[in-house]
Design a protein around this ligand. Sequence first.
Ligand SMILES: Cc1cc2nc3c(=O)[nH]c(=O)nc-3n(C[C@H](O)[C@H](O)[C@H](O)COP(=O)(O)OP(=O)(O)OC[C@H]3O[C@@H](n4cnc5c(N)ncnc54)[C@H](O)[C@@H]3O)c2cc1C
Ligand SMILES: *[C@@H]1O[C@H](CO)[C@@H](O)[C@H](O)[C@H]1NC(C)=O
Ligand SMILES: *[C@@H]1O[C@H](CO)[C@@H](O)[C@H](O)[C@H]1NC(C)=O
Ligand SMILES: *[C@@H]1O[C@H](CO)[C@@H](O)[C@H](O)[C@H]1NC(C)=O
Ligand SMILES: *[C@@H]1O[C@H](CO)[C@@H](O)[C@H](O)[C@H]1NC(C)=O
Length: 620
Amino acid sequence: MHVRGLSSKLISMAPATAFLLPLLSSVILLSAVVAVRASPPGPVVTCRSGNSNCTVTNAYGAFPDRSTCLVASVAYPGTEQELLAAVSAAAAKGQHMKALSAYSHSIPKLSCPGGPAGRGLVISTVRLNRTVSSDPARFRMTFEGGIKLRELLDAAASRGMALPHSPYWEGVTLGGLLSTGSHGSSAFGKGSAVHEYVVGMRLVVPTAEPVADTGYYAKVVSLGEDDRDLLAAKVSLGVLGVISQVTLQLEPMFKRSVTNRVVPDVAFENSISSFAATTPYGDIIWYPSQAVVVYRDDFKLPVSTPGTGLNDFIGFRAQPTLVITSTRAAGGDIQKLAEENEDTNGKCVLSKLNVNTLLSLGMGFKNSAGVIGFTGYPVIGNQSDIQSAGSCLRSREDGLLSACAWDPRFRGLFYHQTTVSVPLVNATAFIADVKRIRDASPTGALCGIELNLGFFMRFVRASSAYLGKTADSVDIDITYYRPRNDPRRGRLHEDVLEEIEQLALFKYGALPHWGKNRHVGFVGVKEKLGEKVEEFVKVMEKYDGQGLFSSAWTDALLGLRGREVLVEADGCALEGLCICSADKHCAPDQGYRCRPGRVYQESRVCRKIEEAGAGLIQSA
Ligand SMILES: Cc1cc2nc3c(=O)[nH]c(=O)nc-3n(C[C@H](O)[C@H](O)[C@H](O)COP(=O)(O)OP(=O)(O)OC[C@H]3O[C@@H](n4cnc5c(N)ncnc54)[C@H](O)[C@@H]3O)c2cc1C
Ligand SMILES: *[C@@H]1O[C@H](CO)[C@@H](O)[C@H](O)[C@H]1NC(C)=O
Ligand SMILES: *[C@@H]1O[C@H](CO)[C@@H](O)[C@H](O)[C@H]1NC(C)=O
Ligand SMILES: *[C@@H]1O[C@H](CO)[C@@H](O)[C@H](O)[C@H]1NC(C)=O
Ligand SMILES: *[C@@H]1O[C@H](CO)[C@@H](O)[C@H](O)[C@H]1NC(C)=O
């Protein structure tokens, strides 16, 4: 038995690794050098008849609990007046509703209306994508809520203005990115969250009674810079109503100078705060298995500085669907293959290749537009060309030649994402603990995350927004394999990531990103936010007293109506729907049992326990 197990393991490892190498490099290199035509993502709402009887999903084609979202219909208002009419018609019949952005890039089930399944309304914001006005004297511009980030950045740039910070991914919409508190990276000034630069907003909110002069069951609320309710509206999880317009405080266009610097990870945790304090747009990527750190030295320069650099981040470039598809035909995606062969070493070899390739190509930064582009650091370019990227979204729609890497139509990357904001005061201790976990775990246990930017760290400041951060924080993205077809399948070394997830959340008081994370990320979020949640709920009740824009998920987040974020069921811990307290919450049939963490003893994780004698195989 054991001998057979051993040899099949060795045999399976060799071809897997040898086979994967050229495949992965071809994905990266093809997308790096071939000018492929991109296909925008598919629709997130599909209807059986006209605009009725629809299914709503997100950009990945799956919510964390893999549930489906059925709605009665979708509305496509093109003006604020049409938006008012749509909200009013639903409110008049007490119908639940939600705003739905063009591509719906949030992972959690935020865009699904509450109430009985199949009865709600989604209000698409795709047609609400205009620039409303600009005030060049004060560097302010007003946009409709459905405008996509790239369109917004370009509209501002054409008037010589720039948004100080934004998410790195340009496929999000203004209304959607604000609703989840999205950000770039900075501990300077007001920090990197876009909502810090909101100076006005117009919302369409439902009313319980018809409004006297219009007869509508809805009204427009206009919030100015000093209006306290703006502290709720800036980051609202979409529960106040629909964001019709937003006025942003911009800046005159400026340039950025970017240099990526690779250093060993020895004691780097001691320098996180000082790096944040000295680098206005800095971020840090930590590759814990390779024991290296990439510091992004990133500064502001006058717009007159020479440089036409731009950011065409490789992870957001179009991937030829031919490669995605042939990868699948050859036996599943790269990570799936390594997972199924329990090929830790294969993952480590791949991640080294991946990181070396990324670094040698400047991560996708280009000194100027063109095919090759990257010739060396620093890369200097306009803010609008450096801050956000996403070329997989652009160019013509022409027969699905290429797509964003996670496009579900091609069964692309499928992953979990744990995104936690650790208070900066706790960052050093947190990373030191993670190093202890790494050192106590099997060699290479963290290689998987290095295929996806490792620990990707960005800075966000404490906010007066009720659902914003409570402390200056380092926001850490950890992205890892999720089996597409089988939620009950244990994942290679998943215990290590679960321990780190719980360490951040429960020992170091981290807050979750509202638009990312598995259910476990949101445990106790109400307590962490404290009275800010009560302030938020007061405003919510003022604008939507009937809770028509709320759902079971948003109620659970805000601690309302007895809803809970965790789901208890067999196998629930495998996908972060619960924290295991018994083996049945893991996958005991596959050997995954509920155990304490190796370093953070209070954590409970699903660990694969080999049968007696199988340890020989491990060490072979
Ligand atoms: C590849 C990728 C990269 C990312 N990079 C970053 C990053 O660098 N930084 C970061 O912070 N985040 C990042 N994110 C997360 C992303 O910014 C958030 O998930 C964001 O909320 C998505 O915006 P969206 O327009 O797709 O909104 P959705 O996900 O569609 O909506 C989010 C919520 O907002 C509501 N909503 C949408 N529009 C409106 C409106 N007009 N009025 C009222 N409510 C509305 C929806 O109902 C929903 O509740 C990234 C996500 C992806 C997929
Ligand atoms: C929606 O589907 C249901 C059942 O599948 C059907 O009874 C109903 O008529 C459909 N409604 C519309 C507007 O098509
Ligand atoms: C708004 O969306 C429409 C169609 O959805 C598109 O044709 C138009 O170019 C967009 N407008 C802007 C300013 O991007
Ligand atoms: C950078 O911005 C300036 C000021 O708006 C503009 O004149 C210039 O053309 C921009 N450069 C590039 C490469 O777009
Ligand atoms: C930092 O971590 C400690 C425990 O190590 C915790 O008590 C404290 O609340 C955390 N700080 C913040 C600001 O959350």
